[in-house]
Design a protein around this ligand. Structure first.
Ligand SMILES: C[S@@+](CC[C@H](N)C(=O)[O-])C[C@H]1O[C@@H](n2cnc3c(N)ncnc32)[C@H](O)[C@@H]1O
Length: 436
């Protein structure tokens, strides 16, 4: 441990003599990018630096242990010197420990906390390993030194140091963090939401765990009404995301394991994630991709060549003028209804061309009753239009499955509809057809 409690002299130090600490930059990022956002710059401009920086002698200069943001402000304000405490902290683990200790009170994002946790693990685990090696000769006499059992004590200590509750919550946080590091897109989305403070660790962890919903113990409904709720464990947040169970049931009833599935308007990637969970291959495209596994492609240019001979095309398009706002780049919503119908016909032809004989197309379409109806229309039956487009192309009808929208109306909408004696639309159909 560092001798941080010992009194030391505070003296002015040239800003040019202070070198940043690499470990601190790795943990908390480059302070030059955040100083404007939190008002520190204005405060230092008005009142100067009230709390001295801390540095350790380092070769011919000094390495900063605490005060990277204050130093960045001082440099931005053209200050030549700053008040600084000099502490003789040896290089290596002691300095890393000092950086962590000095930043204990700092307000941190989830990512910063987890980088701290990684650093603490590296500092604490050699001791923990030794402890385990001594203790883990089991009652049966077996030597479990190679066991990857984690030390509860280390996790407890890290959780306490981070201030994130007990070891169980820390273990959940670490599971999300590790999955995000390994590239899991939902875990990465969870981390962004944790950083923004819009999700709890427990909720992000539950999202990860729930992913085995369609693998172990999946009991598909035998009925053709698929009234499911959205499930944040699949797909990243997206304005038009659909319940994952709709995709899971489509895969279950109309594809076999290993099948090639194409989603040309993938949105948040629900299809991608469910395919992964259920052992189907998936090619996903979108005009405005939000994940790296979704390729940028405009479906109006046809299907990409790699989609040829696929087993299932799953289409969840925006419904004409509905949701035109979130999908501003979509061209069809601005067209009259005839343009939308042309789009459906082209989509049906392209899906037909991409599918292998015997393959299926699944087209999800909701009726339009509330918003942005084309002039002269009180209601547009998009499912009917989609059905007609698929039939015209030569597909054979297989099923029309009811997938009611999951309660997207606010209480005031419901109240107004009641007062006006209007029917609110919840009808959404999945039309499944087969290429002969
Ligand atoms: C209803 S959302 C799909 C939501 C998705 N099923 C999910 O669960 O997240 C429709 C998607 O179609 C995309 N899109 C709209 N026009 C497109 C086009 N011309 N080519 C490709 N994608 C398009 C939009 O960007 C949007 O992400």
């Amino acid at each position: 441990m560092t001798a941080l409690a010992e009194p030391v002299e505070v003296r002015p130090m040239a800003t040019s003599a202070l070198r940043p600490n690499r470990f601190s930059l790795d943990l908390y990022g480059d302070p030059a990018e955040e100083i404007r956002a939190d008002g520190l710059l204005d405060s230092i401009r008005e009142r100067g630096i009230l709390v001295p920086l801390v540095a350790a002698p380092d070769g011919d200069g000094f390495e900063l242990l605490s005060g990277h943001r204050r130093l960045a402000c001082a440099k931005a304000l053209g200050m030549e010197s700053v008040p600084c405490e000099i502490r003789d902290v040896p290089r290596g683990a002691s300095r890393r420990r000092a950086v962590l200790d000095y930043n204990r009170q700092r307000r941190k994002t989830f990512s910063q906390l987890m980088r701290e946790a990684d650093a603490l693990e590296a500092l604490l685990s050699p001791a923990a390993r030794e402890r385990r090696a001594a203790n883990l000769k089991g009652a049966d006499g077996a030597d479990r030194r190679n066991s990857d059992d984690r030390s509860g004590r280390t996790d407890e200590a890290i959780a306490r140091a981070l201030g994130i509750g007990g070891k169980d919550l820390y273990r959940q946080a670490r599971a999300v963090w590790r999955a995000a590091e390994a590239g899991d897109p939902r875990a990465r989305s969870g981390v962004s939401q944790l950083d923004a403070g819009t999700k709890s660790v427990h909720a992000a962890y539950k999202d990860l765990r729930r992913r085995d919903r369609f693998t172990t113990g999946f009991r598909p409904t035998p009925y053709d009404v698929w009234a499911f709720r959205r499930d944040p464990a699949y797909g990243v947040p997206h304005p038009g995301s659909i319940p994952a169970a709709i995709v899971a049931h489509t895969l279950h009833y109309f594809t076999s394991p290993g099948a090639l599935v194409v989603d040309p308007m993938a949105g948040g990637g629900t299809t991608l994630d469910v395919c992964e969970a259920m052992g189907r291959r998936c090619l996903a495209y979108d005009l405005s991709p939000v994940r790296p596994e979704i390729a940028q492609h405009d479906v109006r240019d046809g299907f990409p060549p790699e989609a040829r001979e696929c087993d299932l095309v799953f289409c969840d398009p925006p419904y004409h003028t509905m949701l035109a706002g979130p999908y501003a780049a979509f061209g069809v919503e601005a067209e009259p209804l005839s343009g939308w119908i042309r789009f459906l016909n082209t989509l049906a032809r392209d899906a037909f061309a991409a599918l292998r004989p015997g393959g299926h197309v699944a087209l999800l379409l909701a009726n339009q009753t509330e918003k942005d109806l084309p002039a002269g229309f009180g209601y547009v039956d998009h499912a009917f239009l989609g059905y007609a487009a698929l039939m015209q192309t030569g597909f054979l009808p297989v099923r029309r499955i009811s997938c009611p929208m999951d309660g997207s109306y606010l209480p005031q909408h419901v109240q107004r509809a009641r007062a006006e004696g209007r029917l609110l639309g919840q009808v959404r159909d999945l039309i499944v057809m087969r290429k002969p």
